[in-house]
Design a protein around this ligand. Structure first.
Ligand code: ATP
Length: 312
């Protein structure tokens, strides 16, 4: 069973409006409320691929109950650590022909007791898991080394960790003794990690970037490049992965779908080629759907065949 971690999930509210009136009342009859957070997108896609999954993280209050209900409706098993504070709500207003205005709550501020209690909860769940994915940012009040700690706990039980985060928490995890087994930066996130200017169209530039000392000893570095596919380092082997041109409906969450594909294929001990083709296929399938973190698994084989993995 794959354990997915979402430390700061939210209720994602989306309001489509023809026109957003500032300093005025805006009324809408259409509203969508979903369980949000990168790790929950990963969870949905793993579930849609038919692999057993357990979602964990921290939730609280009525909003937390709503998130749990939504996960149960999607047949996703979950076991979150509960706190007394409310989980957050994130609002996206889709307006004026393609504009998106967002209001993002930062969410609960965790106490020392809550952080330690969560780590114990997580440590218990590791026993029943085969692999761990950790996605997204940390809640307020949590030290950036928290993910590094979680990696250490997982490694203590012999479980691999796929870490998809950015900024300080990623940098700290990479500096720690126990490295995550896989990271999946996109172009912008990779650029933040390396001291040299990146040119994604030049394989030598990408090879040099992924060979910087700070990324040493991370078994898998999968740089996702949107419609350009991915560039990957596994051990000392480099791969360029190309994908077909497709009809994109909503690319949000493609990175999460990619992580789900990586997790499922690595967990089932597939070859490098199959792992990378699976990841690109789930990423592409997500872009073809309106819903974030959702794939039509019936289309899997068709697109899987079209992904090309080349050792470079
Ligand atoms: P997000 O933050 O929205 O989750 P990301 O920036 O982490 O995404 P991307 O590199 O944009 O991740 O996309 C991940 C994968 O999804 C790509 O490697 C590719 O397989 C697929 N993908 C994303 N955008 C496109 C696109 N426009 N056309 C085809 N495939 C795409």
């Amino acid at each position: 069973m794959i354990l997915t971690v979402t430390m700061n999930p939210s209720i994602d509210v989306s309001y489509p409006l023809n026109h957003l009136k500032i300093d005025d009342v805006n009324r809408t009859t259409e509203v969508s409320k979903t369980a949000g957070g990168k790790g929950l997108n990963v969870s949905r896609v793993i579930q849609q691929l038919g692999t057993k999954i357990l979602a964990t993280g921290i939730i609280g209050g009525f909003f937390g109950q709503f998130i749990e209900t939504k996960l149960s409706e999607d047949h996703i098993e979950h076991n979150f650590y509960k706190i007394d504070q409310e989980s957050r709500e994130c609002i996206a207003i889709l307006h004026d022909g393609g504009n998106q205005t967002e209001i993002l709550e930062s969410g609960p501020v965790l106490s020392e007791e809550e952080k330690n209690a969560f780590l114990n909860h997580y440590n218990d769940l590791l026993a029943q898991s085969s692999l761990v994915t950790i996605s997204g940012s940390l809640p307020s009040g949590v030290n950036p080394n928290f993910y590094a700690l979680m990696v250490r706990l997982a490694h203590g039980k012999g479980k691999k960790v796929l870490l998809d985060t950015s900024g300080e928490s990623l940098k700290t995890a990479l500096l720690s003794q126990e490295k995550p087994d896989l990271i999946k930066p996109n172009e912008e996130e990779l650029q933040q990690l390396i001291p040299i200017e990146l040119n994604i169209h030049n394989p030598e530039s990408l090879k040099a970037a992924l060979s910087t000392p700070d990324l040493k000893d991370v078994e898998w570095i999968c740089v996702s490049l949107g419609k350009a596919g991915a560039f990957v380092k596994h051990g000392s082997t480099f791969y360029s992965v190309s994908i077909p041109a497709i009809n994109v409906v909503n690319p949000v969450g493609s990175g999460d779908a990619t992580l789900a594909g990586l997790a499922v294929a690595i967990d089932s001990h597939q070859s490098d080629e199959v792992i990378l083709k699976t990841a690109m296929t789930t990423g592409m399938l997500n872009t073809m759907e309106r819903q974030t973190g959702f794939i039509d698994s019936d289309k899997f084989d068709e697109y899987f065949k079209k992904v090309l993995v080349t050792q470079v």
